[in-house]
Design a protein around this ligand. Structure first.
Ligand code: ADP
Length: 528
């Protein structure tokens, strides 16, 4: 251990009272103190804040922390102030401050007292602030929720796109980007937009071994099913997510009528009611919160035992975030999603009013949710693959924690068919997304297939003996297995990997799980 390391542990203890760093924190802190551009990808709760707070506290100058949420900034500033006798150690700079307050902030920064300055991205575009910041010592700029920079993230904010050019005006200051949601695509966008391809990248595992993942087909008895499920978890806390406010109200009422203590939570309720319902949940005066996604930001209840999605979410990032609120204490966390293709169509229809580029992204993200819902393979493996992480479905931690693994569907040998898929991707020269590959296999034409004359190729229709659903499912499994991958630029065009090319030369067994089928059953005992 060199002296640097010992110092960091001492500082950690001094400021935060912790005797150990968590996960990759120590490496990240070192990277920042060495003035390197740094990129941190850690799931929520991984301890990202400390990654920039500690280096800010121990270095000369002020660290600028860009964060999109004013409420969270205030919480963080209060937390930092509680660590020190000097209240000027952390400040927020935003439009809510009056002239006197702004002058105080500037004075504290100039005199070197302020170690952390939290700003909203739009405040950083203010000429006056930028001029001021140019004249003071900046230790580094931390960009929290860095996925906001990418249209492929779940929370795109155009102001984030200006950050790089503003930071450049501040001189040669290192940047640290942090996010809890980084698919390989978002990750690439962040590095590109912040112009830091040289960054040291620290990525923690996104696996949550204590969460159990389950998807059920949504039938007209979904409410009865939810009630049964919750009654089996008697006395435990849980969240039910719905997409609309109306649904939230309806479900909350149905739960109450059926003897489950539940409250609604959505942005249409007044602030007082929202705060009251949130507190009731935290204090365990109610068991269940029925909510839109407005609920959960910054909620830290460690013993949420189940998260139900009455409607499928718009993306797997959202799904991961929302289910991530279960089992934070490491105990049981059951994540149940109801899936119906009708809901997908509803979401698609909703998106159709948006600009084309946004629509394309929205559809592609939704397609991943559909694939997750329909898959018969390990859901954990599927989710982690989506986040660019390979998971060993046999021995990985939590490998048996999902419905597909617990109740596996019969597997069938698909070696020859995998070879067909790979050969078509290769022979059509990497121009098609899954849909066109499947069309080529089953011999169906569309505009793209006509334009490329694929319908006159000898392989056109060689997979007619199976249907579209079969081939889609197979391609999804081939993707997760890494024989094919999706092009990162176009997000969707299928490319063959070296592993895929090897497979064509030396095909090996490929056991494919068939899709689950669900039965619809009536339940008359539930009051709806
Ligand atoms: P994130 O921003 O990644 O969601 P936070 O920064 O909010 O995570 O940290 C999550 C929790 O972990 C907080 O309660 C924090 O106090 C705690 N924590 C962070 N670092 C450590 C550490 N080194 N040892 C113990 N607890 C830690």
């Amino acid at each position: 251990m060199n002296s640097n390391e010992i110092d960091l542990h001492k500082e950690l203890k001094k400021y935060f009272g912790f005797s150990q760093f968590k996960g990759l924190q120590e490496q990240v802190v070192k990277s920042i103190t060495q003035k390197k551009n740094t990129f941190v990808i850690m799931p929520t709760g991984g301890g990202k804040s400390l990654c920039y707070q500690l280096p800010a506290l121990i270095q000369k100058g002020t660290a600028i922390v860009v964060s999109p949420l004013i409420a969270l900034m205030k919480n963080q500033v209060d937390a930092i102030r509680s660590l020190s006798s000097e209240s000027g150690i952390a400040h927020v700079l935003n439009s809510s401050l009056n002239k006197t307050e702004i002058n105080q902030v500037k004075k504290d920064i100039t005199s070197g007292i302020t170690k952390l300055l939290y700003v909203a991205p739009e405040s950083l575009t203010k000429e006056e602030y930028v001029e001021f910041l140019k004249g003071v010592t900046i230790s580094f700029v931390a960009i929290d929720e860095a996925h906001c920079i990418s249209e492929w993230g779940h929370d795109f904010r155009p102001e984030y796109r200006n950050l790089r050019s503003i930071i450049k005006q501040l001189g040669d200051v290192p940047i640290i980007g942090l996010t809890a949601t980084a698919t390989p695509k978002v990750q690439e966008d962040i590095l590109k937009n912040l112009d830091m391809s040289d960054a040291a990248v620290f990525k923690a595992s996104f696996n949550r071994p204590n969460l159990f993942y389950e998807v059920r087909t949504k039938t007209k008895n979904v409410e009865a099913d939810i009630i049964r499920f919750i009654k089996q978890k008697k006395g435990k806390s849980g969240i039910v997510y719905c997409l609309s406010r109306k649904k939230v109200e309806e479900i909350a009422e149905v739960l109450q009528v059926n003897g489950i203590s539940a409250v609604p939570y959505h942005a249409g309720l007044d602030a007082k009611t929202r705060a009251k319902h949130q507190d009731m949940f935290l204090m365990e005066d109610v068991e269940v919160v029925v909510a839109t996604i407005a609920f959960g930001m910054g909620i830290d209840k460690p013993d949420v035992r189940f998260v139900i999605h009455h409607d499928i979410p718009k993306s797997l990032e959202s799904y991961y975030q929302e289910t991530g609120r279960a089992g934070r204490d490491g105990g049981e966390g059951h994540c149940l999603a109801y899936y119906s293709y009708k809901d997908v169509e509803k979401l698609e229809k909703f998106m159709s009013g948006k600009p084309v580029a946004e629509q394309d992204i929205g559809f592609a993200l939704l397609q991943e949710v559909v694939a997750y819902a329909e898959t018969s393979m390990s859901r954990r493996k599927f989710l982690l693959h989506y986040f660019g992480e390979e998971f060993d479905g046999e021995t990985g931690e939590g490998a048996d924690m999902d419905d597909n693994v617990r109740n596996p569907k019969v597997k069938v040998e698909a070696q020859d068919n995998v070879k067909k898929v790979l050969e078509i991707v290769r022979d059509t020269k990497h121009i098609y997304k899954s849909k066109e590959i499947v069309y080529t296999l089953i011999g169906r034409v569309n505009a793209a297939i006509k334009a490329h004359r694929t319908d006159s190729q000898p392989y056109f229709g060689i997979g007619k003996d199976h249907d579209e659903r079969y081939w889609m499912a197979l391609i999804r499994q081939v993707l997760v297995d890494g024989l094919l991958h999706k092009d990162i630029e176009t997000y969707g065009i299928l490319k063959i990997s070296n592993k895929g090319l090897d497979f064509i030369q030396n095909p090996t067994s490929f056991m494919m799980s068939e899709d689950h089928e669900y039965s619809e059953e009536e339940d008359e005992s539930i009051i709806t």
